[in-house]
Design a protein around this ligand. Structure first.
Ligand SMILES: [Zn+2]
Length: 202
C-alpha cells in the first residue's frame, strides 16, 4: 500500500478500520508528518501525553480517540485520505496514576530535552547516551536521580569519575519524570503549535 502525505485541498474523510491502514503506515518510511508530535488529551480535555501522528491516527481509526485539531496534512492512499491530527482526545476517561513514569532511556532523553547535561549540546536521540552521574563502579544506581542525557565525548571525558573529580556537574538536578515535568515539556513543545495552546495554557 502506498501512502503519501499531501497538505492541499480535499476533505475526504475515511473511517476505514485501523487494520487496513496500520500495516501500510508501519512500512512507510517517508512520512515526516507521521512523526510529528500530537497532543493527547484525556476525555476530560486534560493534556496527558504526546505521541507521534502515526500512533494518533491509529487511535482515531480504532475509535479510541477523536481528532480535536488537525494539522492541515492529509494521509493519502490509493482510495482514501485521512486528516493528520494535531490534537486528539481519548473517548473514555483514563485514570493517570500520579506516580512517576517508567524509567527508560526514551523518557530520560525526553526529560533532559535531548540535551547533554554537561555541555548543553542538543542532539538527536541516536547521538546521546545515558550517563550515571555517580558511576555504577562507584555505587551509583540506575535511577531517575542518577541518570542524565549525555553526549559521547562528555561521557568518555567523565569516565568513572565522580562529578566533582571530573569537574562535570549536570546542568540541572536530575529528577523523576512526574506529571508536572511532563506538562512542562508539553508546554515547551506546544510553543511551536498554536493549536495546542488552548489545551496547555489554561
Ligand atoms: Zn556533552
Amino acid at each position: 500500500m502506498s501512502l503519501r502525505l499531501h497538505n492541499f485541498g480535499g476533505s475526504m474523510r475515511s473511517h476505514l478500520p485501523a487494520s487496513m491502514l496500520a500495516p501500510g503506515m508501519h512500512q512507510e518510511g517517508d512520512g515526516h508528518a507521521l512523526h510529528q508530535p500530537v497532543l493527547v488529551l484525556n476525555a476530560s480535555y486534560e493534556p496527558i501525553n504526546v505521541c507521534a501522528a502515526r500512533r494518533a491516527i491509529v487511535l482515531v481509526l480504532k475509535g479510541v480517540a477523536m481528532t480535536e485539531e488537525e494539522n492541515g496534512h492529509f494521509l493519502h492512499a490509493a482510495r482514501f485520505a485521512v486528516r493528520v491530527p494535531s490534537v486528539i482526545r481519548l473517548l473514555e476517561y483514563r485514570r493517570i496514576p500520579h506516580q512517576s513514569r517508567a524509567l527508560s532511556r526514551k523518557n530520560i532523553l525526553l526529560r533532559d530535552r535531548n540535551t547533554c547535561q554537561y555541555c548543553s549540546t542538543t542532539l538527536p536521540s541516536g547521538e546521546l547516551t545515558l550517563d550515571h552521574v555517580i558511576p555504577r563502579s562507584r555505587g551509583g544506581l540506575s535511577t531517575w536521580e542518577n541518570l542524565v542525557a549525555c553526549c559521547h565525548p562528555c561521557n568518555r571525558r567523565k569516565g568513572n569519575q565522580l562529578p566533582h573529580e571530573a569537574n562535570m556537574k549536570p546542568g540541572r538536578e536530575p529528577r523523576s519524570f512526574n506529571l508536572h515535568t511532563s506538562r512542562h515539556i508539553m508546554r515547551l513543545m506546544g510553543h511551536s503549535d498554536d493549536k495546542w495552546r488552548k489545551y496547555l495554557f489554561y
